[in-house]
Write a protein that binds this ligand. Structure first.
Ligand code: FES
Length: 175
């Protein structure tokens, strides 16, 4: 039996909003995690559970990595402009400290979106959003990935996070 991890994990963490923003912007969404894992990234098995080097990734491992680096990076199989590809995704915490999982592949032409505390596009200021440098796109980082500005045709893919009993396996459910 599985349970949805959002909310429960956040309540246990009790991370302040300011600290979340700091971790995100200081380390960047990928660098800390990639150095932890020597440049390799976890993938998903056929049931959607996260695996790395043929071992399942536990809930506590994800929480620990986010605590140290601000984010946990994974790859997922998805369709991009009619092609099946391995796409980059990220697990981190939103402004309320709740874990979320999102694609980082811009839905316009596929550049990697970056988290920004503050960015100005077309004279409008946005705070705590996903930003795509390629064509100045802005996506909502508040757990829905919606397009706020720019040419992308659709939101960033979002996932629900589920853990199995005991937290030994973590599954990402595409919304
Ligand atoms: S590739 Fe992201 S806005 Fe064009």
């Amino acid at each position: 039996m599985s349970r949805v991890a959002q909310g429960a994990i956040a309540a246990g963490l009790g991370i302040a909003v300011a600290e979340v923003a700091y971790l995100f912007s200081y380390f960047g969404p990928t660098e800390g995690f990639m150095s932890d894992w020597k440049g390799s990234l976890p993938k998903r098995d056929e049931e959607g559970f996260l695996v790395f080097d043929q071992k399942f990734i536990s809930e506590s491992m994800i929480i620990d990595i986010i605590a140290r680096t601000g984010s946990f990076i994974f790859l997922f199989e998805g369709e991009f402009h009619g092609r099946n590809e391995l796409l980059p995704g990220i697990i981190s915490r939103d402004a309320q400290g709740v874990l979320f999982a999102s694609s980082r592949k811009c839905t316009h032409e596929g550049c990697l979106v970056e988290f920004r505390d503050d960015v100005v596009v077309s004279s409008k200021s946005y705070q705590k959003v996903w930003y795509c440098l390629c064509h100045d796109a802005i996506f909502n980082a508040n757990n829905n990935g919606g397009v706020l500005a720019g040419p992308p045709p659709s939101p960033l893919q979002q996932f629900d996070i589920e853990v199995n009993e005991g937290g030994k396996k973590v599954k990402l459910i595409p919304r």
